[in-house]
Design a protein around this ligand. Structure first.
Ligand code: NAD
Length: 260
């Protein structure tokens, strides 16, 4: 049960972030949502998930590539919710290209959104967590935080980076009630992955069904997508007392991808 806790989930208007926000809301946590697109629909889903507890749901449109936006979001979280108890660094983008033709501005955007944003939210969230001697920081890395694929240099660098950030911060707060861990999903069928499937179908002149099968078959021994609900439950576990001494792990939820 997470009543009287406030969770901030970056990039929670869609996909994995929305799934985690709903799972935390179901446990009674208040939620601060963030991300682009239809935030009203996401807010309604999260409010419904937490209806039994009458949770409070806020929203910040902060752009995770902009440190000043992140600072403003964290200040608003303190004013409106008294700080962040559970920080889920989830916002992320993908860009696929061989390194020789990888646009420099795409590199900068992937590193800023997928990695540097987590540094900024973390440094700003920890003082209030230390004061309460309780906190959870959950970084959504990827199987690509543990192993690489070609043509995803910025993403793989950012995800390996966030696994390193996770371990380092976990050590800094190891004697406190704050834990810091990473979740490393394999394929999850969200808009971020649907685009890669659609691009693959178009490039290879195959059906979307075939492209989906090929995508899973190439990397994921289970031949199944991890679901946003499963990742939400994993995040809930990481917030539970059973996980009080789980610190600095990069927990794969990848159908066996990184066991190979
Ligand atoms: P998604 O595209 O469905 O959602 C991404 C979210 O991030 C959206 O809410 C979007 O608005 C938000 N976002 C993007 N740029 C932003 C910015 N500059 N500022 C604020 N918010 C921004 O993607 P997803 O698949 O749910 O991915 C979520 C996270 O999970 C990412 O970090 C991704 O790398 C990671 N991940 C995804 C998969 C997968 O298979 N889908 C696998 C492993 C890891």
């Amino acid at each position: 049960m997470l009543q009287n806790k406030t969770a901030l989930v970056t990039g929670s208007t869609s996909g994995i972030g929305l799934g985690i926000a709903k799972a935390l809301a179901k446990q009674g946590a208040n939620l601060i949502l963030n991300g682009f697109g239809d935030y009203a629909a996401a807010k309604a889903e999260v409010e419904a998930a937490g209806a039994a507890f009458g949770i409070k749901v806020g929203y910040s449109g902060a752009d995770m590539s902009k440190p000043a936006d992140i600072e403003a979001m964290m200040r608003e979280a303190t004013t409106a919710f008294g700080g962040v108890d559970i920080l889920v660094n989830n916002a992320g983008i993908q860009y696929v290209s061989p390194v020789e033709s990888f646009p420099a501005e795409k590199w900068d955007a992937v590193i800023a959104i997928n990695l540097s944003s987590a540094f900024h939210t973390t440094r700003l969230a920890i003082p209030a967590m230390r004061a309460k001697n309780w906190g959870r920081i959950i970084n959504i890395a990827s199987a690509h935080g543990l192993v690489a694929s070609a043509n995803k240099t910025a993403y793989v660098a950012a995800k390996h980076g966030i696994v390193g950030l996770t371990k380092s911060v976990a050590l800094e707060v190891a004697t406190t009630g704050i834990t810091v861990n990473a979740i490393c999903p394999g394929w999850v069928l969200t808009p971020l992955v649907q685009k890669q499937i659609d691009d693959r179908a178009a490039n290879e002149k195959i059906t979307v069904e075939q492209a989906t099968k090929d995508l899973l078959g190439e990397k994921e021994p289970s031949l199944q997508f991890t679901t946003t609900e499963q990742l939400g439950e994993l995040a809930v576990f990481m917030c539970s007392p059973a996980a009080d001494n789980i610190r600095g792990v990069a927990w794969a939820a990848d159908g066996g991808w990184t066991a190979q």
